[in-house]
Design a protein around this ligand. Structure first.
Ligand code: BES
Ligand code: ZN
Length: 644
């Protein structure tokens, strides 16, 4: 068996027997999305969208908490694009396939032959269905495995209320295949319906038309009439109640959490309105948020109509709601105009991070938006130095074989956003804002690649406003490593004041008085801690702790920076709180820096292993995979592929 590594390693011989050409043709200019675009090579998927495409998915699923299992069927309505094609190839991971049937011309359903190949990490098992009659509808009956990588099953004890179990999905990047057999590539979009049954007192929600007034009876129906890529397929079930924020927006959460959450996210309607003003109407009907248990491995996930949100941003002062701006922004960048394969991740995450910052600026002012930009760019500057040239670029040129990139990095987010700020600065908002709005309209409900963005920008920005940006500059931003010299800088007087205060203390002076720091926001605290030296003497950390009580902070953004500093400095005082934090929170971005710091010394590694063994049962498979990999690497063990 070939061992496939996620990351920089190429995937030769891993994904497919014969790779189709690395075709860069997206939908040609002006062609309606309805005509099937040319297939792109996506090495994250076995699907063959050049041959046949899922147009609609009808799910019928039962949620079984005891077995940690979804079981039922998926019925596909198919568009047989290639007149010669007689096979439907689907992505699956750890699924048990029970039966496959196809609808015959006479309307009767008959068994179809199929082959489920051995699993090939990280892709999973290729399911090949023989469909000699090119059935318009095919149905797969299946069940999931308890360890499905895209699902987390929580016992009642692992929830806020402690009464009912909880289950949620996380399909991005390539985890949808672990709970539904499908063409798991964003170049295929489908509408869906679902009939889901569950224990009676459990509420089920999906990335679809959730009815805030739905009766809780264990029998739920959903419809998503807009075509979405597979990574946006989502489901959650638990003791969930709804609290409205506006006519079209509200929060779903466990009862104990829902009021705090709706207060924290009270500005959501305003966020929708400012984004609409900038980039055109919100096209998805309702925009609700689902607050998940702290084990959710991400900050947020832009599941359409129902963003999934970590509870770690609920800190009482709205200081971390740029996360909501981010997930909402995906309703334009990502969900409407989608990367054609994950190798063009910046088209989702970079454009979204730019839009997020525009929303933050409109609602909370330029000072806050600039502080958030500065934090992101400082981290990017630091992180990018250690990356390979390929990892430093937003995308690779058409024709070059890409590696599997299932996770993205700050390059896609922050270099991508920086690139858009560069365009904004050169053209001015008067020109750039309508351009971006036109871009969202033009490619709505389509998948595109980086070259398509470049071509569209050349025609609609560069050619129409000559002399501002050259084609070479565009290409440098997208295809070259590093941060171009043309990158605009951001300044933050409030951060300058923080720098001055920190430096005064490091030079032997007093710590800034609480009369000063009382006015500091999360962003200023983050900047204060981030600017500290690699390590500090233990008594200096104790002084900081005494003044500001960093250890044990309820703010994960601060914890994420303070604990690694504590670990690097050998400040054992913090160990108990570190263990508590790492056990309670599963959001990778918040906890991985501390694990990374811990595994660098033998004592730290021992603590990391102990914490992981206590936390494992409560962690999401995606988080467990990341922590396992870091520990194994520190111990010099080889790891097999991790699929996130
Ligand atoms: N779509 C991403 C989450 C994601 C990306 C999951 C790649 C799997 C693979 C989501 O919109 C996101 O970016 N979340 C961030 C939020 C932050 C940048 C505000 C996160 O989880 O930290
Ligand atoms: Zn995002």
């Amino acid at each position: 068996m070939t061992l496939c590594l996620v990351g920089a390693t190429a995937l030769a011989g891993c994904a497919r027997d014969a790779a189709p050409p690395a075709d860069s043709a997206a939908t040609p200019e002006g062609t309606p999305a309805a005509t099937a675009p040319a297939a792109h090579f996506d090495q994250h998927s076995y699907a063959e969208p050049g041959k046949v495409r899922i147009e609609d998915l009808a799910l019928a699923l039962a949620v079984d908490f005891e077995q940690k299992q979804l079981s039922g069927s998926a019925t596909y309505t198919l568009d047989w694009v290639d007149p010669e094609a007689t096979q439907l190839v689907l992505d699956t991971r750890d699924l048990t396939i029970e039966k496959v049937v196809g609808e015959r011309a006479d309307g009767k359903w008959a068994d179809l032959e199929y082959t489920l190949a051995d699993a090939q990490p990280p892709l999973g098992s290729k399911l090949t269905i023989e469909a000699p009659q090119r059935s318009e509808r095919i149905r797969v009956t299946y069940r999931t495995a308890p360890q499905a990588s895209g699902l987390q099953w929580l016992t009642p004890a692992m929830t806020e209320g402690g009464e009912q179990p909880f289950m949620f999905s996380q399909s991005q990047q390539i985890h949808a295949r672990s709970w539904v057999p499908l063409q798991d590539t964003p170049q295929v979009r489908f509408t869906y319906t679902a009939h889901v049954t569950s224990p009676e007192d459990v509420m089920v929600l999906m990335s679809a038309d959730n009815d805030p007034d739905a009766a809780r009876d264990g029998d739920y129906r959903f419809e998503m009439p807009q075509p979405i890529p597979s990574y946006l397929l989502a489901i959650a079930a638990g003791d969930l109640v709804f609290e409205p924020i506006s006519e079209r927006s509200g929060v779903w959460a466990e009862p104990a959490m829902v009021e705090k959450a709706s207060a924290e996210f009270a500005d959501t309607e305003k966020m929708i309105e400012v984004t609409e003003e900038l980039y055109g109407p919100y096209r998805w009907g309702r925009y609700d948020m689902l607050v998940l248990p702290p084990s959710f491995p991400y900050g947020g996930m832009e599941n359409p109509r129902l963003s999934f949100i970590t509870p770690t941003v609920i800190v009482g002062d709205k200081s971390l709601v740029s996360l909501i701006a981010h997930e909402l922004a995906h309703s334009w960048s990502g969900n409407l105009v989608t990367f054609v394969t994950p190798n063009h991740g910046w088209l989702n995450e970079g454009v979204t991070s730019y839009v997020e910052n525009r929303i933050v600026e409109a609602l909370y002012g330029k000072e806050r938006a600039d502080m958030e930009t500065a934090i992101a760019r400082n981290a990017l500057r630091e992180g990018i130095e250690e990356m390979s040239d390929a990892a430093q670029s937003l995308a690779i040129r058409p024709g070059v074989e890409p590696a599997v990139d299932a996770d993205g990095s700050e390059v896609a987010y922050d270099k991508g956003a920086w690139f858009l700020s560069f365009l904004e600065q050169r053209f001015g908002r008067d020109v750039f804002d309508p351009f971006l709005r036109g871009y969202f309209d033009h490619f709505a409900f389509q998948g595109i690649d980086s070259q398509t963005f470049i071509d569209y920008a050349k025609d609609n920005l560069l050619a129409k406003h000559p002399g501002k940006v050259t084609e070479a500059e565009l290409e440098q931003w997208i295809y070259e490593p590093g941060i171009p010299d043309s990158a605009p800088e951001v300044s933050s007087p409030r951060f300058d004041a923080v720098d001055t205060a920190r430096k005064a203390w490091l030079d032997g002076g007093e710590l800034p008085a609480t009369s000063v720091t009382d006015a500091w926001t999360t962003q200023e605290w983050v900047h204060f801690v981030e600017g500290m030296p690699e390590t500090l003497p233990v008594d200096r950390l104790a002084a900081l702790d005494k003044a500001y009580a960093f250890t044990g902070t309820a703010n994960g953004e601060i914890a994420q920076r303070w604990y690694p500093l504590a670990v690097r400095s050998g400040y054992g005082e913090a160990n108990e709180e570190i263990a508590e934090f790492l056990q309670r929170v599963g959001r990778r971005k918040l906890i991985m820096p501390t694990y990374d710091a811990l595994v660098k010394t033998p004592e730290g590694l021992a603590l990391a292993e102990k914490v992981l063994s206590d936390a494992r049962a409560g962690y999401h498979p995606i988080t467990t995979g990341s922590v396992d990999a870091v520990i194994a690497k520190a111990k010099g063990e080889a790891t097999t592929t991790q699929a996130d």
